[in-house]
Design a protein around this ligand. Structure first.
Ligand code: SF4
Ligand code: SF4
Length: 145
């Protein structure tokens, strides 16, 4: 299975090669989709993990044991159905098909399981009905940009 996670790094771990250990010890593949990690500062990584469910669970337990907060990316992306007026613009923008038009209702559906939190729909939506937040410091800019 494939899952995408938002990892919050405490500054104490910011210089350690933690993610490389996932391949070595937990037999999961990873793909870093986005990251901001600076020495001696809290940081984050958007990480795609591929592998057996139990392996991914063990890898996440390992990360959490080191103080890394791991959260499914689905919880970081929001589709505001009250603001959305179903124009469909975002469905042509999303590179992974996480937004699509459902027939026959012709309603726009957001599938967080597919979303990679790229943020393209945020600026593409005329009424800012999509919001992506990676950490508290940048949340405001994603919501209102
Ligand atoms: S672009 Fe915005 S308003 Fe249009 S369907 Fe997508 S989320 Fe809704
Ligand atoms: S953040 Fe990117 S992947 Fe997620 S729904 Fe928006 S365009 Fe699609």
């Amino acid at each position: 299975m494939t899952r995408i996670y938002h990892l919050s790094y405490p500054k104490a771990n910011s210089e350690q090669p933690i993610i490389c250990q996932l391949v070595k010890h937990y037999d999961v593949e990873f793909n870093i989709l986005k990251a901001e990690i600076l020495p001696q500062r809290d940081g984050y990584v958007i990480l795609e993990l591929k592998g057996l469910q139990e392996k991914i669970s063990a890898a996440l337990d390992y990360l959490r044991s080191l103080g890394v907060k791991a959260e499914r990316i689905a919880g970081r992306v929001h589709h505001d159905e009250k603001k959305c007026f179903q124009c469909g613009a975002c469905t042509g923008i999303c590179p992974v098909g996480a937004l699509h038009i459902q027939k026959p209702e012709l309603s726009v559906v957001f599938e967080p399981e597919k979303c990679t939190a790229c943020g393209l729909c945020v600026t593409g939506c005329p009424v800012r009905a999509m919001a992506v937040s990676f950490d508290p410091a940048t949340e405001e800019s994603y919501v209102t940009a």
